[in-house]
Ligand binder design. Structure first.
Ligand code: C5P
Length: 393
């Protein structure tokens, strides 16, 4: 995919370097265009190094125009992303101005245009900015973020540029053929941590990647997505509500706390057991004892409780198996009251903490195999399959 990355002035401009790198890592060709003020925050030379192409900023650069003129550049792009998009560039775009190379390209391209706004929270909340955003959205411009959190100006609120990884995955997300507008989807992801004492815990190898990919894919289908996840460093897919938990009990409480859901996907590797009584102080090594006994108690089965809810959401679970995949997965689906189960083999470079996966999906009266692929591709296929089976049932 050919992506034109436009960078406007703002402290977040340095993050555009990571964005370009992520896009290149994913196999994209990238050309970078800077506004005049962006060059105050990030150097053309570093962007040239990461993009592998000359960086442009002027409409009147005779040498660059002789190579690929601005109209050719606008036609070259499969997608345009402006990150960071300052209040100024948004205003100029909303008004159809063409007073620099970047805004001219935006008018001249037929490719989809996305913006990742970044500005102080007061500026973002200003009605003038919000009117411009509404105008751009109405014209089909995709708005990625902004995220909330600590800002460079020392304030806290909405206006931070979305993380480069989240912007890259939003751009690379295959467009969904599913329409889940108005649907509420709840997804659990990652592994839980069960404390032993204040410094130790029992955990597992789940990375959360499959659940995060499903959240992005359900969001791309138009659903309102709540992602309840164990500790991990994955970026939140744009537009998804993330609730972070540590233990299975906290995960269950967070799931119970969601009032209404149409689809529930349990992709989390929830610990089956927790330590009965975690120590309040660090457990000391006993010099003359070779063993230490921990008493574990069973955790609640989150997916089973969700399957008992009225009205019942469409419940999808996962099963990681090392033998008799279909047999055990089928049993698990029925025992837990799931509508659909996605079974995967553990090992062979698949499933836990791996980028790829392959799934056998079972439901009452049906079975479908999703061949080995990157988890994001699988997630899109799985959302399509869930949608089909939901319509039949
Ligand atoms: O029984 P097993 O752990 O293999 O079942 C896996 C499925 O059940 C997954 O969908 C997982 O998210 C869900 N699960 C759960 N609560 C538990 C254990 C598993 O929701 N306590």
């Amino acid at each position: 995919m050919r992506i034109l990355v436009g960078i406007s002035g703002g402290i977040a401009a340095y993050k555009a370097i990571t964005l370009v790198r992520r896009l290149r890592d994913a196999g994209c060709e990238v050309q970078v265009v800077l506004t005049e003020s962006a060059a105050q925050f990030v150097t053309p030379l570093s962007l040239q190094a990461v993009s592998g192409a000359p960086v442009r900023s002027s409409l009147f650069d005779a040498a660059a125009e002789a190579g690929m003129d601005h109209i050719a550049l606008a036609r070259w792009a499969d997608q345009v992303i402006i990150a960071p998009a300052s209040a100024d560039v948004l205003a100029r775009m909303a008004n159809g101005m063409a007073n620099d190379l970047l805004t001219t390209l935006v008018l001249a391209t037929s490719a989809p245009v996305s913006v990742a706004p970044a500005m102080n929270r007061q500026m973002w909340a200003h009605p003038a900015v919000q009117v411009n955003i509404a105008t751009l959205k109405a014209r089909g411009v995709r708005v990625i973020g902004p995220a909330s959190g600590a800002q460079a100006c020392g304030e806290l609120g909405a206006g931070r540029m979305e993380e480069p990884e989240a912007i890259a995955s939003a751009l690379l997300a295959p467009t969904s053929s599913v329409n889940w507008q108005g649907k509420r989807v709840v997804i659990t992801a990652g592994g839980t941590r069960e404390p032993i004492d204040p410094v130790r815990f029992i955990a597992n190898r789940s990375s959360g990647k499959m659940g995060f990919a499903l959240a992005a894919s359900a969001q791309a289908a138009g659903a309102a997505v709540t992602l309840i996840c164990g500790p991990n460093a994955l970026p939140t897919p744009s537009g998804v509500t993330r609730i972070e938990v540590e233990t299975a009990l906290e995960m269950q409480a967070a799931v119970m706390g969601v009032a209404q859901m149409d689809v529930f996907i349990g992709a989390a590797a929830v610990a089956d057991y927790r330590v009965a009584e975690p120590a309040t102080h660090k457990i000391k090594k006993i010099i003359d004892a070779d063993t230490l006994t921990l008493t574990l108690v069973k955790n609640p089965d989150i997916i089973r409780t969700v399957a008992l809810r009225q009205p019942k959401p469409f419940v999808v679970g996962f099963a990681a198996e090392t033998e008799q995949l279909n047999h055990y997965a089928h049993q698990k689906r029925v025992a837990k009251g799931m509508d659909m189960i996605c079974a995967n083999w553990v090992g062979d470079g698949l499933a836990f903490d791996q980028p790829d996966n392959a799934l056998t999906v079972l439901w009452a009266g049906g079975e479908h195999r999703l061949m080995r692929a990157e988890k994001f591709t699988l997630a899109v296929q799985l959302v399509e399959l869930i949608n089909q089976v939901m319509k039949q049932s």
